[in-house]
Design a protein around this ligand. Structure first.
Ligand code: PHE
Length: 587
């Protein structure tokens, strides 16, 4: 029978029943068929209700029922307390033997599946507290003082809770204080029972099955349709929306930021180097080799290859990507792995770390002995700033050529490929019109050995940007960043001074989270130190304003998520991705 016929039959039966009885107290028990296939019959019921043929009321009642724990107690014939008492009554027993878990016993868990103490251990402590048992100096568990009588004999122990549970199971009356006890111990629990109550509606008598006829292909072919009255179509009922493809909010945010950067004349950096050398990740950024953030707690070190130095590279596949060999076989592989240290830069970086040297004579460096092996350690990059120094190191010649050609001009050398975005008022605008600045950005994944919590992940995306040019200062930095965040509708944020080994001054960016109702750190920024710029071959009077922020946190703010795990990682819910709305102002 087709589903429409089934529904019509159901409606007819409900109508007949109501005509005779006036009321249906519980639809599911009067019509078990409804309970077994609500999806099929519920629309039929709704249709009766919408035409006022019936009235529908959902009633909730509560009932106490025996829980899973209660059932297992009944099956065992005692509570864990009763079991412990039975054993102890038979004679002293070593505590370790008494509490030893049964072989192959499953781990006790609570309703949410969380590990909990074994019930026997819980019973042991409860009985000890009530002085029903005690443990002597030799670790023997014996009957406790509250069961000892004046004449030296022992009172019997009564498992009252078990007896009450048995009474309850039989449907007998149980004293209220015992019901309380049974509930406390989770042997019985409240169950909410919902019942659908039906009564005659104001238009009860207008019920007819005639109009329910559906037009079929057959009817059209045989002209049978002419003899029927048809069900009126209701075009106001919202239909199920088809499933369509949707970008994950992070991707949306990423493409949006990317568009903003590109529009402002930034060039995207090559970032496919997830496995990086400590040299680029830390040393070129003037991060001391003993700096705590190089520690294993913050950085994922790659086991194989451990070092970039070819003679130390193990002949085993790379642990991160088995298809990449540990030892690059040719130039292309070497390039993609990008692990060889640049020999020409090493003495310069070494000098700067050790004391400034000729390279950076104004700096005192860290005054230690720089260790090449430390710089060769292979890691998962902890920030994309490693890509910024890689890029900076390739810029020197190119930049010089432009500046030499046009040493003092501040006017644009070529017209911008895009119209001004936020009008002339934006601080960054004049900067971005200046052909003397080179601008780079990247958005890619970074790794940190962090404890995962509401706002931290061990693997996330970082958005990196820098502008290099003469005469850049903190005002340009603040202006540029403010401009970026305005592009994603984020205006409530503030800067806070901080320390980075590679920038001076340095500023954290904090943005207001409307759900967490507080400012959360979203990024970090600053002006690259001379110790970073000069060894890479950039002129001393050239400044680079730079920033880096996570992609996840601004995305959390924009789609009202309070846990980062809901946005990225194994716990992301596909349905949520479909329904999520990113509050990016579209331009
Ligand atoms: N590397 C910094 C971080 O990971 C961000 C940053 C980039 C700070 C550039 C200053 C300059 O948080």
């Amino acid at each position: 029978m087709d589903t429409d016929k089934l529904r019509i039959e159901f409606q007819k039966n409900v109508h007949d029943f109501l005509r005779q009885n006036n009321k249906i107290e519980d639809l599911a028990s009067a019509f078990p068929i409804y309970a077994t296939n609500t999806e099929l019959y519920h629309p039929a019921l709704q249709s009766l209700q919408s035409k006022a043929i019936v009235t529908v009321e959902v009633k909730s009642t509560t009932k106490m029922t025996i829980s899973k724990e209660g059932e297992s107690c009944l099956a065992a014939g005692h509570t864990p307390e009763g079991e412990v008492m039975d054993i102890v009554m038979k004679g002293p027993i070593q505590k370790t033997v008494l509490l030893a878990p049964a072989p192959n016993a499953p781990q006790a868990t609570d309703k949410k599946g969380k590990k909990v103490q074994d019930p026997r251990t819980v019973a042991f402590f409860a009985l000890t507290k009530q002085k029903l048992i005690e443990t002597d100096a030799d670790g023997n568990v014996v009957v406790g003082s509250s069961l000892k009588q004046a004449d030296g004999t022992t009172k019997p122990f009564e498992d009252t809770i078990f007896l009450a549970l048995q009474q309850f199971a039989k449907g007998e009356d149980v004293k209220p204080e015992l019901v309380k006890e049974l509930t406390k111990k989770n042997y019985i629990e409240k169950q909410i029972i919902k019942s659908v109550v039906l009564a005659k509606g104001t238009a009860f008598d207008t019920f007819t099955t005639e109009e329910q006829v559906l037009l079929t292909n057959q009817m059209l072919l045989t002209d049978e349709w002419k003899t029927h009255t048809f069900k009126e179509k209701n075009f106001t009922v919202p239909a199920d929306l088809p499933k369509w493809g949707k970008l994950h909010p992070l991707q949306e945010m990423r493409s949006h930021f990317r568009r903003v950067f590109l529009r402002l004349g930034f060039t995207e950096m090559f970032t496919r180097r997830y496995v990086e050398s400590s040299f680029w990740n830390f040393d070129t950024l003037f991060q001391a080799q003993s700096h705590p953030c190089r520690d294993i707690q913050d950085t994922f070190f790659v086991a194989s290859p451990t070092y970039t130095m070819p003679d130390q590279v193990l002949d085993a596949p790379c642990s991160l990507h088995p298809s990449l060999p540990a030892q690059p076989k040719n130039e292309l592989e070497r390039y993609y792995m990008g692990l060889d240290l640049p020999e020409e830069l090493i003495p310069r970086i070494q000098q700067v770390h050790e004391g400034g040297g000729d390279v950076c004579s104004d700096s005192l460096g860290y005054r230690y002995k720089w260790n090449r092996a430390e710089a060769s350690k292979v890691i998962l990059r902890t920030h994309t700033t490693a890509m910024s120094t890689r890029t900076l190191s390739t810029l020197n010649e190119g930049l010089k050529r432009v500046w030499r050609k046009n040493p003092s001009s501040q006017s644009p050398e070529r017209p911008l490929a895009h119209p001004p975005i936020h009008g002339e008022a934006c601080l960054s605008h004049s900067l971005l019109n200046d052909a003397h600045s080179a601008r780079f950005f990247s958005i890619d994944r970074v790794y940190r050995n962090e404890t995962v919590d509401k706002t931290h992940l061990a693997e996330f995306h970082q958005l990196e940007g820098f502008v290099v040019g003469r005469g850049l200062n903190v005002a340009h930095l603040i202006g540029t960043i403010t401009h970026f965040f305005a592009e994603v509708g984020m205006t409530q944020f503030k800067f806070q001074p901080t320390y980075n080994p590679y920038t001076e001054p340095s500023m954290e960016m904090h943005a207001y989270h409307p759900i967490l109702k507080k400012f959360i750190e979203i990024g970090n920024s600053g002006i690259f130190r001379e110790e970073v710029m000069v060894p890479l071959g950039i002129d001393k009077d050239v400044r680079a304003i730079a920033w880096g922020f996570g992609l996840e946190r601004p995305s959390m703010l924009q789609c009202d998520v309070s846990e980062i795990g809901a946005l990225f990682g194994g716990k992301v819910d596909e349905e949520w991705v479909r329904e999520s709305v990113m509050k990016i102002p579209h331009k």
